[in-house]
Design a protein around this ligand. Structure first.
Ligand code: AMP
Length: 282
C-alpha cells in the first residue's frame, strides 16, 4: 500500500496503472474510517483492479462556526484499516496542492443543492463539488463509491459526473448502521453516553415516518409533525430540518406519492447528524 500527499506523484502512480489497463476504483472520504466507509472500500476492492482512497478534511465545505478544526483525524488508524482491506493507494493531499494561495475557481451545482443540507449549510455543496472535481482530475477513476447516508450529496455527484462529462461509473451503497440503528458517522464520536442514547430518536422518527406513509398517510405536514414530536421529546435535540421530498429531483411534494425521500438533520447538543430513508409509494 502506497500513501501519497502530493498531486504530481499521485498522478504518476495512476498513469502507470492506466497504461497497464487497470480499472481504478476510488472512494473519497474525510477519514476517521468506520464500517460505513469500509463497506464502500470493500465494493471498490471487489469491482476494480486498483483501489484508491482519499482522506482529506476539505476546509471549503465547512461553514463558519462548523467543526472543521475539531473534525477528528487519525491517519495512522485509518492506514491500518485500509492496509487490512488491501487498498492500493491512500491519497492524503496537502493543503498547498488542493488550495494554493491564488485559488479562485469553484464548481457550483445550482438545482439539487437548493434544499436540505444545501439550504441549511450554505456553500457546503460548492465545497463538495469543487473538491471532488479536483480529486477526480488527479485520480481519473473508472468507478467511484458513495454512501446513501449522504443522499443529497450522492444525487449531486451523479449530476456532476453527467453534466461535466466524466467517464466515471458511480455506485451508491446502503447506509451502514450501529446495532441500535444510528447511522454510522465520524461525528458520532462527538457524542457522550447520554447524547448517544438520545440520538436513537433520529432513526425512530424516520421509521415512524415510513410507517405512517405505509399505512396510507399522504399529507407531508402530518408525517413531518409526528416525526418532529419524536425528536423534540429529547431535551438535547434541535431540528435543522425534517423534510419529505421527491427522491429524484428533491422538489417538494403536494402529496406523498412515487419515489420519495424522508430526510432529516438534527443537532444533538451541537453535534449535527443527518439520516434518510428513500421509499416508493404507490
Ligand atoms: P465522509 O468521510 O463522511 O465524507 O464520507 C465518505 C463517504 O462515506 C461518503 O460517500 C459517505 O456517504 C459514506 N458514508 C459515510 N457514512 C456512511 C454510512 N454509515 N454508511 C454508508 N456510507 C457512509
Amino acid at each position: 500500500m502506497i500513501i501519497t500527499n502530493n498531486v504530481k506523484k499521485t498522478k504518476r502512480i495512476l498513469n502507470v496503472q492506466k497504461l497497464d489497463n487497470k480499472v481504478i476504483g476510488f472512494v473519497p472520504t474525510m477519514g476517521l474510517l468506520h464500517e460505513g466507509h469500509l463497506s464502500l472500500v470493500r465494493q471498490a476492492k471487489a469491482k476494480s483492479d486498483f483501489v484508491v482512497i482519499s482522506i482529506f478534511v476539505n476546509p471549503i465545505q465547512f461553514g463558519r462556526g462548523e467543526d472543521y478544526v475539531s473534525y477528528p483525524r487519525d491517519i495512522k488508524a485509518d492506514s491500518k484499516l485500509l492496509m487490512e482491506e488491501g487498498v492500493d493507494l491512500i491519497f492524503c493531499p496537502n493543503q498547498k496542492d488542493m488550495y494554493p494561495s491564488d485559488f479562485s475557481v469553484f464548481v457550483d451545482e445550482t438545482e439539487l443543492s437548493q434544499s436540505l443540507c444545501g439550504k441549511s449549510r450554505p456553500g457546503h455543496f460548492r465545497g463538495v463539488c469543487t473538491v471532488l472535481v479536483k480529486l477526480f482530475n488527479v485520480i481519473v477513476p473508472d468507478k467511484v463509491y458513495f454512501g446513501q447516508k449522504d443522499y443529497q450529496q450522492a444525487l449531486i455527484v451523479k449530476r456532476l459526473i453527467n453534466n461535466l462529462n466524466y467517464d466515471i461509473k458511480m455506485y451508491v451503497l446502503p447506509t451502514i448502521r450501529e446495532n441500535d440503528k444510528l447511522a454510522m458517522s465520524t461525528r458520532n464520536n462527538y457524542l457522550n453516553d447520554n447524547e448517544r442514547k438520545d440520538s436513537r430518536c433520529i432513526y425512530e422518527a424516520l421509521s415512524l415516518g415510513k410507517e405512517l406513509i405505509k399505512q396510507g398517510e399522504t399529507r407531508v405536514f402530518v408525517v413531518v409533525d409526528k416525526m418532529k414530536n419524536v425528536i423534540m421529546k429529547k431535551r438535547s435535540t434541535k431540528i435543522a430540518y425534517i423534510e419529505i421530498l421527491d427522491a429524484v429531483n428533491l422538489k417538494s411534494l403536494k402529496k406523498i406519492k412515487g419515489k420519495i425521500l424522508i430526510a432529516l438533520a438534527v443537532y444533538i447538543n451541537g453535534t449535527r447528524l443527518i439520516d434518510n430513508i428513500a421509499i416508493s409509494v404507490k
